[in-house]
Design a protein. Structure first.
Lengths: 141, 291
């Protein structure tokens, strides 16, 4: 574990983290992946999930709700739509996130009655959110 | 010639005005610092976002089936102008400058035979351009209830804009806002958000070839709407800082003017008082002489 990559986590409102890391686990849209030094350049979108960073300064987890990640051999930049450090994740924050996803799903179900596409996508989004909640020990209700 | 009492009242009222403008200036200064901080913190996201966007755009841009948000509708007829101003006045030329830029731009477009639609954000700008361009208004976003600008607010505006784009209501969207240079200078700016302007995103680094997961098209479809929101968010933050900066210098001027006025009125007050005293003395002396 000698080599490190520069890891940056930014949300639209601020820069949340910028540290050196050995490995970064990213909840990619098509499956989880872990990026280490000299990873092939990759751009992927994110699904709601847990972002795990381990580096010389310890391990840290963040809950992200979507966005995308840019990985190159030397750096990993995650541009999250919304990101909260796991220890800052409260029941209220989580509930607000789930509620927002539930609302969107309800809207989509009204709007796209005959098109399964958007509804399915949002249902998946909500399911992912709930899975995150179970993982960190918070439930929606 | 105003009486002594009138003068005294005037001085009193100008003094309280000065207190108010001074307080507003200090509030604006505090808010400016916060607004500047917020703009500063948002910068990394915007920069990286644009970097990724330009990479993607470079690899997909020429494809015939590029998303409409990137390639445009192929026409240039209907322009949507998103005019972003403040919710409150008393900030010098801030609102007026943005409104003026929007008016000139709209006039140019109309002269070229294009159709103009206007979406206003912020009450003040709406009032300022209502008289000339009122018939082109298609909507208004009210942010007066918003205490602290969040990304969600920008997303709200972006959703509104994208909904209209998907509905085929316009071909090109531009945002009008004020770029914050420093406390005394805010530059009204036009930025095109739809179709996404690749040239503004900066240099493309073509050395590395990226893998995309899912494919470029899917990522781009996901990213482009977000790009609109990001651009709007950045503009809102710039606008917020500009507004406070403009208000601060406007209130600084007002405070100084009030001070000058007080000095002038005080001199006038002292002179009239002296005149009254002299008058009384003359009366007493002439009365004594008459005896």
């Amino acid at each position: 574990m000698a080599e490190t990559v520069q890891f940056d986590l930014v949300s639209p409102e601020r820069l949340l983290a910028s540290v050196a890391a050995h490995e970064v686990s990213i909840p990619g849209a098509e499956g989880d992946l872990t990026a280490m030094a000299d990873h092939a350049p990759l751009i992927t979108t994110l699904r709601p999930g847990i972002l795990r960073v381990s580096g010389p300064s310890g391990e840290k987890e963040y809950v992200v709700t979507g966005g995308f990640a840019e990985i190159s051999g030397k750096s990993v930049s995650v541009l999250a739509e919304q990101a909260v450090a796991r220890e800052d994740m409260t029941r209220e924050t989580y509930k607000a996130m789930v509620d927002a996803a539930t609302d969107k799903l309800a809207h989509a179900q009204e709007k796209f009655v005959n098109e399964p596409g958007p509804v399915d996508e949002l249902a998946k989004l909500l399911a992912d959110m709930v899975a995150v909640g179970d993982h960190i020990g918070l439930s929606a209700n | 010639m105003p009486s002594l009492k009138d003068l005294k009242n005037r001085i009193g009222s100008v003094k309280s005005t000065r207190k108010i403008t001074k307080a507003m200036q200090m509030v604006a200064a505090a808010k400016l610092r916060r607004a500047q901080d917020a703009a500063e913190q948002a910068r990394p996201y915007t920069e990286r976002f644009n970097a990724v966007m330009s990479k993607l755009a470079a690899s997909v841009g020429d494809a015939a089936n590029a998303p409409r948000l990137l390639a445009g509708t192929g026409e240039d007829k209907v322009h949507l102008l998103v005019v972003m101003t403040a919710e409150r006045g008393l900030c010098g030329g801030f609102n007026a400058n943005i409104a003026k830029l929007a008016k000139t731009h709209a006039a140019e477009l109309l002269a070229k035979g294009k159709t103009v639609k206007i979406l206003t954000v912020g009450k003040k700008g709406r009032d300022a351009i209502k008289r000339d361009l009122g018939q082109y208004f298609v909507g208004h976003v009210d942010l007066s209830e918003v205490k602290r600008l969040g990304y969600a607010d920008a997303q709200g505006i972006a959703t509104e804009v994208l909904k209209r784009f998907d509905g085929g209501e316009f071909d090109v969207a531009k945002i009008f806002f004020s770029r914050f240079e420093n406390v005394v200078s805010q530059v009204p700016t036009i930025q095109q958000v739809i179709p996404f302007d690749v040239s503004e995103a900066g240099e493309v680094d073509t050395d590395s070839f990226y893998d995309y997961e899912p494919d470029e098209q899917a990522i781009l479809a996901d990213l482009l709407p977000r790009g609109v929101a990001t651009a709007i968010f950045a503009a809102l933050l710039e606008n917020g800082a500009s507004e406070q900066g403009a208000r601060m210098s406007a209130m600084d001027n007002a405070t100084r003017n009030a001070g000058e006025m007080i000095d002038k009125l005080t001199i006038e007050y002292n002179r009239s008082r002296q005149a009254v005293i002299t008058n009384e003395l003359i009366e007493i002396i002439s009365g004594a002489e008459a005896l």
